[in-house]
Unconditional design. Structure first.
Lengths: 940, 489
């Protein structure tokens, strides 16, 4: 059982939605809680069982009331757990916190959450083990962490406990004082924030808060409390920098109490771990920022220690302090020192790459004492960062790609600021780019290739106007391309992005021209087919630019197809042919077409006659005809029409795909994806009830009823299927494109292994105004559990396009697997009852997976009758009118049974259950819960 | 200042990347939803997350040379915090990623600043906290950083739930996993008057011992070329192991330099150092060297943790490299003529633990005939026949200069390794050396300068050591890559 739980929990955590689609969240939660209460389960397994509750409490406790009940259950587990299992107790506290916070019990101050907070406070104060073996330590620390989390989620909740917490921290000498300190400063910070929100609050209020002598009861200020917690601003950082405004509390210079609390926390800060120190300083900074009565110089004594630290979080919090207090805490010298420090750290040999990159980011967002550009969060260089200082961060080829790009970016900003366009810095950067290019040229890895193109883009983005460099880059890229034609997609991507980001810049067009020139002047002798395919891609892109003359492109095409005709034309490669046509088609649209008429016609004619692929020949012929017969205006209209996404007419689309081999053809050849589901499966009423009425009561099986019932199962496939009928219907909103749909192929994929794989189902057509087609799903269960089936479909729309659509999931409910007793129709009621009796007795022995159970509810007699008629009539073995005990036999393929004896006692209706498959019980339970409660309501 | 989720992914070469461990902090997620309001982006399930992350890191579809989503030149991955673009469901940011060897660690810090567009990373404390936690976990999972066995990793991953309960129970990182385990016996603190630091789990009982080790590492790039300035730098670390009684004992370690030593720069200290003199921090390697700079003694008062720790680190600008080399290659008909000379500087102790010069050859066939003579030491050809290893033993000869001359033919049957940097005559020698009981900067810790404020007289052990890392001597007849922009400017 334990290993089973390990698997199930890991399955749940891998994909909670997938796991829960195969079961019922309530049932799973109930199982978890039952196992947690089970004394036989080991605590190792129990810790595991808590992880779904810790990590996904909202999935399991969908409402506040479920959360509340779960918490009560967990608390009872906590009280019953012996103290020596401290690890488990800690995990339990974490799970409780997760459940109560996430199901909003804490924010609504439910009973359970208040009890839990009391429990936590109690654990926190339990110092009885001071000389013990330390087992209690862990729960105490965890209880503090839980309180911290509760206070963070519900700010102000513990503000009345400040004095208690301060006392606990001061008395504590073991390392636990850290947990108390974290809790105290958070509660203090939230309490001060609340005071800043109250008009007229001042020194007296603050003092009262710290002394804990507020006689105001817990519940009394509920309204004020709610107002503040509903405002999520209290949860966000209050360190806003010189431009942000923090609400302040006016206390005057006299706030001795707060001052003493803060200095005592600061004094002991050294004793905390670096992570907790950083958090403490952050909170303290917020408090001091809110209370102008406390000067920021309070931090002065800690500063030197922090400035020399090797801990990233401590230096970071120092920078945040600087952001909050600027020159009221940091002198100009401090500022210069900090910036130098950041430069040093950004390239320190002992630090890891992520740390270095983070420090570099800190340089770009350096909190200056007197910032010039303000407000926006965009990257800007600090004034003190001179090119000389920044030169420590020049990129080299030995850097990893992230570092290289980050450094390049920083340097670009530095040189841009300096305005030194002919300077040595820029020359260095360009040399560096060239060095990268050489590495790419000599066969650098994919990572280097991508990095080079990103670096090139960065360079162009900032320095495209420095013509000497950008022209050289363009030249070098052309040479690089000729050596490595497989870089075509990278180069074209660079072209497109430069055009997109720098629309007024001509560099990209220059590069395209350069590529065209390079391709058309390179000797043809060495041209491989792979190179050619890349060249055609590049030339097609070049031909899209109206400003670039296409003469040399056509010259190249003509040379390729005539000179090396033996190779290219006879091979008849369809892809290459398409590539050639792609260039031609773009030239057909080119503004300078008139001057290109003859060479283009020659090329098309040559292809028509000699290309070794009929499809390509046909296309070439069509283009030739269009070119030679249509006027330019008509030609561009026809081609433009085909290029645009036309809708509706089948004829037009066929034509267009002949014209535009790329867009139109791929359009018709590819399967399109719908954005929304187009149709869905909705449950059709099953015909079970009618079938049951045909029941003939004749054949009597005598004593052997059970035996002959069992004998039927020897035949393979007997009663192993469930038929479910669905209508295929259009979804709303209505999409005119899918009014009429043809050749629908439905594909089903299971989300678990409870059922055998389903066959695809074909539906000829679906019209909006016609009767709905019925789809019959034949399910073959391995285990008759509820399940979810993903459905998708491929279909053809009226305009001839093929579509793929994802349909809403089909949920197979537990009760849909119910079948009546699978015996011949001719069997008499008595024989059926014999089978029932036989099975009942067998199951009551509770051998194997057999189990009995009892479900009770309050239903009046009429209600019960209605319920049975509505839900159980087809499965009824006894007579509805005659007996006071109703017998229901549910058969679930392939071989499970659930037997029910339903009787009305004076105060309750009892559902006695017996089954041979104990795993069905939770499902049965939740099913009964649903039907009885709904019946209850409907009768009332 | 909290994390929403944490992932540990293994991505070994030749195997499919998989998530070894993941953890979601539901209460932090609850806060994230409150804070972000309508712009809230939920954390995707593990499998989706993995796929998105691999694409983002350029690790997906490694067989395809260009994938638009992955290789767009416009996009610059802002490591250490990347963004994951979820299909039509917003962008998950900032995902912190640390990867080393076969392990990728990632976490998602809570963004507690409401701003549009997103706030800068530098304003979120949770980012540096996340980096700290991930670094700690990485050290814990990979151990000493040597090659990792999958079983060791699996067993360490299995302990993560209980480990996280200590260091990050509800998403707020409190501590990092202990890097080294304290070796000496400790007892939990009994009733004491002094507060126990949270970074110390017990107190030491026994004889007081303080161990201080100074290790300096020298890096160098030598070009043997008038137009290119040779480069070298030195950085040092001071590691301590202190076994001293008391919950908050005081120890002071003092570093001192020889009379004309250049000042220690860029000093970084461990958080257990209680106070610092501001003059110690002033010298910086990115500054113009100031002759009047403070040059010690450098006092570090601290209260030691139980485990070994790095008390401080520094860099130093020494006037000369320990070994000056020259490397010349000449392409002859079918041979490569090799000529090397290495000269040990007179100020360096001529007593090595080891000293080896490696001469790798790339983008050529395997070596055929190797005909080289050395004035000292011995030369071996590696098994793969693409590397000469020149072992120099423990000592340079009296002249302090050694040479290697000879011819190599690359007539082997198969290709050696390739490298995009080292083509043609671009080649290097890499030096591996370790010299005990010396430092290049002259920095040392005198036994008598270590002060321990306790009743019993402590045993004090100090040591020094010089080692090399990235110590390259480039062939002066070929072009060599630029390794520092600062010098070039």
């Amino acid at each position: 059982m334990a290993s089973n739980w390990t698997e199930r929990i890991s399955a749940f955590c891998c994909s909670p939605s997938g796991f829960l689609s195969g079961t019922n969240p309530d049932a799973f939660l109930a199982e978890l809680l039952r196992e947690l209460r089970d004394d036989r389960a080991s605590y190792g397994v129990k810790v595991l069982l808590l992880s779904p509750l810790c990590e996904y409490p909202t999935l399991l406790c969908s409402s506040e009331s479920v959360g509340e009940e779960t918490a009560l259950d967990l608390m009872s587990v906590f009280t019953q757990c012996p103290p020596r299992f401290s690890q488990f107790r800690c995990h339990l506290l974490v799970a409780l916190t997760s459940v109560l916070v996430c199901s909003s019990c804490v924010s609504n101050r439910s009973r359970a959450s208040l009890d839990f907070i009391d429990l936590l406070l109690q654990i926190c104060q339990d110092t009885s083990d001071l000389d013990g073996d330390g087992t209690q330590r862990c729960p105490r620390a965890t209880a503090c962490d839980c309180l911290c989390e509760i206070e963070a989620s519900c700010p102000g909740l513990l503000s009345q406990r400040l004095e208690l917490l301060a006392g606990l921290r001061q008395q504590e000498t073991s390392w636990l004082h850290q947990a108390y300190a974290g809790l105290q400063i958070l509660v203090l910070r939230n309490a001060v924030y609340q005071l800043t929100k109250q008009t007229g609050a001042g020194a007296a209020h603050l003092k009262a808060l710290l002394d804990g002598n507020t006689s105001v009861a817990w519940e009394a200020d509920q309204e004020a409390f709610h107002m503040v917690t509903k405002d999520s601003a209290i949860q966000s950082s209050l360190i806003l920098g010189p431009m942000g405004r923090v609400l302040t509390l006016h206390t005057g210079p006299d706030c001795k109490e707060l001052r003493s609390v803060l200095s005592s926390l600061l004094e002991e800060s050294y004793l905390l771990t670096p992570l907790c120190q950083a958090a403490l300083f952050h909170r303290l900074t917020e408090v001091v920022a809110m209370v102008p009565g406390i000067p920021p110089t309070t931090f002065r004594a800690q500063l030197l220690r922090l400035l020399g630290t090797n801990e990233v979080c401590l230096l970071h919090v120092t920078l945040l302090m600087k952001c909050a207090f600027t020159d009221s805490l940091f002198s100009a010298e401090d500022e210069a020192f900090l910036l130098k420090r950041l430069v040093v750290l950004s390239q320190h040999p002992l630090l890891s790459t992520p740390e270095k990159l983070f420090y570099m980011d800190c340089i770009l967002h350096f909190p200056e004492n007197r910032p010039i550009n303000c407000g926006d969060s965009d990257e800007a260089l600090p004034v003190l960062l001179t090119p000389q200082l920044a030169s420590a961060l020049l990129p080299t080829v030995f850097n990893d790609s992230a570092t290289l790009l980050a450094r390049l970016h920083l340097q670009a900003l530095v040189f841009l600021e300096e305005g030194e366009e002919g300077g040595r810095g820029l020359a260095y950067i360009y040399d560096h780019l060239t060095a990268l290019l050489h590495i790419v040229d000599r066969g650098g890895s994919r990572d280097i290739v991508v990095t080079f193109f990103r670096a090139a883009f960065l360079f162009l983005f900032y320095f495209q106007h420095v013509e000497g460099y950008s022209a050289r880059l363009s030249e070098q890229l052309c040479q690089l391309y000729l050596q490595h034609t497989q870089l075509a997609p990278h180069i074209l991507n660079l072209v497109d992005k430069t055009l997109e980001r720098l629309p007024e810049c001509n560099w990209a067009l220059g590069l395209l021209q350069g590529l065209q020139r390079a391709i058309s002047t390179a000797p043809l002798g060495q041209l491989t087919l792979r190179d050619l395919s890349c060249h055609l891609k590049v030339l097609a892109r070049v031909a899209e630019e109206g400003k670039i003359s296409q003469c040399s492109t056509l010259g190249f095409l003509s040379a390729v197809i005539t000179q090396s005709s033996s190779l290219l034309c006879t091979s008849g490669d369809w892809r290459l042919g398409n590539g050639l046509l792609g260039v031609c088609r773009r030239v057909l649209l080119h503004p300078s077409l008139d001057s290109l008429l003859i060479p283009l016609a020659d090329i098309l004619q040559h292809l028509t006659c000699y290309y070794g692929d009929t499809d390509i020949q046909d296309h070439a012929r069509l283009y030739y005809t269009l070119l030679t017969t249509l006027s330019r205006e008509k030609l561009s209209v026809v081609l433009a029409q085909s290029a645009a996404e036309g809708g509706g007419q089948v004829k037009k689309r066929t034509l267009s795909c002949v014209m535009a081999e790329s867009e139109g053809l791929t359009n018709i050849l590819t399967v399109h994806q719908t954005e929304q589901p187009v149709f869905q499966l909705t449950e059709a009423l099953s015909g079970l009830q009618q079938e049951m009425e045909n029941l003939q009561l004749s054949q009597d099986e005598g004593d052997k009823a059970l035996e002959s019932y069992r004998a039927q199962f020897s035949e393979s496939g007997f009663a192993s299927q469930i038929m479910l009928k669905y209508h295929l219907t259009h979804t709303e909103p209505h999409d005119p494109r899918f009014e009429q749909i043809f050749s629908i192929c439905l594909h089903f994929s299971l989300t678990d292994d409870h059922y055998e794989q389903l066959q695809d189902i074909s539906v000829p057509c679906l019209f909006r105004q016609r009767p709905l087609p019925v789809v019959q799903l034949t399910l073959k269960p391995r285990r008759p559990y509820p399940t979810t089936i993903h459905v998708s479909a491929i279909f053809t729309s009226k305009d001839g396009l093929t579509w793929h659509t994802t349909m809403p999931d089909v949920h197979v409910e537990f009760q849909q697997a119910f079948l009546p007793l699978p015996v011949p129709l001719s069997w008499s009621r008595a024989s059926r009852q014999d089978v029932f009796e036989g099975l009942w007795d067998e199951f009551c022995s509770e051998m194997g997976d057999s189990i009995i159970s009892l479900f009770c509810c309050q239903l009046r007699e009429a209600a019960l009758k209605a319920l049975v008629e509505k839900h159980f009539l087809p499965f009824l073995v006894s007579n509805l009118s005659q007996e006071d005990e109703l017998r229901v036999l549910l058969f679930l393929p392939p071989r499970s049974h659930v037997l029910l004896k339903i009787s009305s006692e004076e105060d309750a209706t009892q559902f006695n259950m017996a089954t041979d498959t104990r795993q069905l019980l939770p499902h049965m339970n939740s099913y009964l819960l649903t039907v009885t409660s709904s019946q209850d309501e409907s009768v009332r | 200042m909290s994390l929403r989720a944490l992932w540990i992914i293994s991505n070994e070469k030749g195997q499919k990347a998989s998530i070894q461990f993941s953890k979601r902090f539901s209460t932090v997620e609850h806060r994230a939803r409150n804070l972000a309001g309508s712009s809230y982006v939920a954390v995707p399930e593990d499998s989706d997350f993995l796929q998105l992350l691999l694409t983002e890191l350029g690790l997906s579809n490694s067989n395809k040379s260009y994938v638009a989503d992955r290789d767009d030149c416009l996009y610059r991955p802002r490591s250490p915090a990347v963004e994951l673009r979820l299909n039509g469901k917003g962008t998950l940011w900032p995902v912190l990623v640390l990867s080393q060897g076969p392990l990728i660690l990632a976490c998602l810090p809570l963004v507690d600043i409401l701003s549009e567009p997103r706030p800068p990373l530098a304003n979120l404390l949770s980012v540096s906290q996340g980096i700290t936690l991930l670094t700690g976990l990485q050290t814990f999972l990979l151990g000493s950083g040597v090659k990792l066995d999958s079983e060791g990793l699996a067993s360490r991953v299995a302990t993560l739930p209980s480990l996280l309960l200590q260091v990050c129970p509800l998403g707020t990182p409190l501590d990092t996993p202990l890097a080294g385990t304290p070796t000496a016996s400790t007892v939990p603190t009994a009733t004491v008057t002094q507060k126990q630091p949270a970074w110390k789990t017990g107190v030491y009982r026994g004889r007081a011992t303080v161990n201080v080790a100074v290790v300096e590492t020298v890096r160098s790039m030598q070009y043997g070329n008038q137009s290119r300035q040779d480069l070298w730098d030195v950085y040092g670390t001071v590691t301590c192991k202190c076994e001293v009684e008391g919950s908050l004992p005081n120890v002071t370690v003092t570093l001192s330099l020889p009379p004309n030593g250049s000042p220690l720069q860029d000093i970084l200290v461990h958080p257990c150092v209680t106070s610092l003199d501001s003059s110690i921090l002033t010298a910086s390697s990115v500054d113009n060297a100031d002759g009047s700079a403070f040059s010690g003694p450098y006092k570090f008062p601290f209260s030691p943790p139980l485990e070994p720790f790095r008390l401080c680190s520094y860099t130093s600008q020494v006037p000369v490299p320990p070994i000056l080399g020259s490397y010349q290659l000449k392409e002859e008909e079918n041979n490569l003529r090799v000529s090397v000379s290495l000269k040990l500087h007179e100020s360096v102790r001529n007593s090595f633990e080891y000293c080896e010069a490696h001469l790798p050859f790339f983008n050529r066939n395997q070596m055929g005939v190797v005909d080289v003579k050395v004035s000292s030491g011995q030369v071996d050809v590696s098994k793969e026949k693409n590397l000469l290893v020149w072992g120099l033993g423990q000592k340079f000869p009296k002249s302090r200069e050694v040479t290697l001359d000879g011819k190599i033919s690359f007539t082997g049957s198969s290709n050696g390794p390739s490298d995009p940097l080292c083509t043609g005559l671009t080649a290097y020698i890499k030096l591996y050396l370790k010299v005990p009981d010396t430092t290049l900067s002259g920095c040392c810790v005198d036994q008598h300068s270590v002060q321990v404020y306790s009743s019993a007289k402590p045993r004090i052990v100090t040591s020094r050591e010089l080692q090399s890392k990235e110590y390259f001597i480039w062939n002066s007849t070929g072009s060599a890559p630029v390794s520092s922009g600062q010098v070039m400017m």
